[in-house]
Ligand binder design. Sequence first.
Ligand code: NAD
Ligand code: MG
Length: 382
Amino acid sequence: MPRRVVILGCTGSIGRQALDVVQRSGGELELVGISAGRDWQQLLEQAQQFGVDRIALADPDAAARASEAWTAGTVLSGPEGLVALVTEGDCDLVLNAIVGAAGLLATVATLGEGIDLALANKESLVVGGELVNQLAEATGAQILPVDSEHSALHQLLAGEGAGTVDRLLLTASGGPFRGHTAQQLADVSAEQALAHPTWSMGGKISIDSATLMNKGLEVIEAHHLFGVPYEQIDVVVHPQSIIHALIQLCDGATLAHLGYPDMRVPIAYALHHPARTEVPVPALDLVSVGALTFEPPDVETFPCLRLAREAGIAGGTAPCILNAANEVAVHAFLEGRLQFIGIAAVIEQTLSKLPAQTVHSFESLLAADADARRVASELIEA
Ligand code: NAD
Ligand code: MG
């Protein structure tokens, strides 16, 4: 029996690489639903190519255009459409590759139905980690990380018993501005920030990598995925991106996960879990890699990593506020309305204007998210 898969955010960087994994699965993975934000034309092409008859578009106008153009299948619209794609599609696994806090609803819908979730959308866990975990526990659904560092950790931790792991280590490439001084960062452009040295990714995560916010979000993500306290999660800069993560054990051993940077590896791991499958990446040739180097992250010049860690430790609505302010600031930077160094400043000021509160429900997260977006936008316009 093929595994029936829904891919959310199918037109993005992760979504398109996931289609490649599905195509190579020889029928083991069957695509039963796909979604996108707005790009209905690309989504329709994908549906036709993969014989999918249920699609969803978050943008109602885009959904209306798609319904006019396509009569061979069902077009669902808006956030309710996204939820219906997941809950009424009789699927075994959902890949959430939506970007931003907009992905939280789909995470909740999937886990709430007891459906296993391959999670690329790290923002879901950053914003709603505790509630998301409670939901997964209540329904018994599994969360399989797609983020490369967390996929590596999932694999490294699989063989370890309770109490043997002292530390998790996430590697960071350092992004395109590694080694820059604060002065050099003052006038960097969006184009420079989008040029990631080792990974090819969507716009928002590329900027997050340049500010080191991506690694900050990943520290929070690791905390929720693996239940490890923040003081036992470290970050090391490793510019070659060959080692994806390490774990340090109580007997002095350190285990590492290595491979060339290619997101199809962690995507295939999550979609086929617990089986392994062939992925067309070259076998690692350590001699040709030559040297693996490491350095500490520069949290003075790149304050986002510190801000994220602090928000994670503060808990409650703080990570949700951090994430929302970051999304607004990154958007403004990409549109040329905010300088690169302004991103961290906007996040820090938003956090100081909105004290963290206890999270009682998903509604309280939505309210904190909206408040943070309003405050961050005001700071940018001022
Ligand atoms: P992307 O911008 O390339 O694609 C995002 C997808 O989400 C698109 O299909 C888009 O149509 C859809 N989308 C956008 N806004 C939406 C909304 N409001 N509602 C519903 N759908 C919406 O992003 P990406 O680089 O593929 O990243 C997706 C997620 O995976 C992010 O959370 C990112 O942090 C994470 N991730 C990405 C990579 C990578 O290599 N790209 C690596 C690790 C983790
Ligand atoms: Mg990552």
